[in-house]
Design a protein around this ligand. Sequence first.
Ligand code: G1P
Length: 309
Amino acid sequence: MTDPAAGPVTKAVVTVAGLGTRFLPATKATPKEMLPVVDKPAIQYVVEEAVAAGLDDVLLVTGRNKNAIENHFDRNWELEAALEAKGDLERLARVRETVVVADMHYTRQGDPRGLGHAVLCAARHVGDAPFAVLLGDDLIDPRDPLLTTMLDVRTRHGGSVVALMRVPADQINLYGCAEVDHTPRENDDTGTDDIVRVTDLVEKPEVADAPSDLAVIGRYVLDPGVFDVLRKTSPGRGGEIQLTDALRTMARSGDHGPVHGVVFEGRRYDTGDRLEYLKTVVRLACDREDLGPDLRAWLKDFVGAGMGG
Ligand code: G1P
């Protein structure tokens, strides 16, 4: 019998259970993941990223108030019929794209007990195979194939893989932080600048105690052994069950294979923060063929005119 734990990654788990308080009142009745980034909700970029990396079975771990997300990835017959009647085939195609994007599944977290707990809610759906986790707030630019690189590291080395990014030292307290081993090994690509062995992890350390400037960003490829470890992980920072703490146990013990880090140098957008969200919308809109030229010209005038006009 083949061992599913050794097989390929086919499933993605996307966590969207947060409350979105930073965007109130916009997020009073609308999940923050549905806020538009140009003309697609943020969550659609994340699901498309999973699909682009070959993972078209997507489980969303949701919470209260997230029904709009399920509706977004479902058919909307009235809208489709109205667009068809008007002959607006371009918009009709865009609406239909959201339905065929992936094989979508949903589960609810119930109690908001932290990211580790949200991942544990996916245990039954995931089963015994390795899987990816994508945090709904973090957008990775579609032109920078981070997840594909991480899946490749898992294929070659087994175990688990986290995405890391260098951040200014005074911001490391906002993230999980990795202690890494750079020692090169013969016939092995780990220990290079962009693939490192993770020896320890700490969730949101004080700046003075941080083992490095390498922050965990919201992409993970996990060995299914993480579920057993999470079940035994006590609440940590903020009284929540932290995924970082489970990965720390795995990195230290090596029980479920090694933990590697892929150091990402591409474009990441944090849509959970208002200022970063605004920058994301502007940057992605500037790059668009349909909106970019006019928006860039306007921005130039706006900034040139001292931004008041
Ligand atoms: C979560 C994780 C943290 C990680 C961060 C990335 O924190 O717990 O380790 O660095 O996502 O965005 P949150 O931002 O949900 O507080």
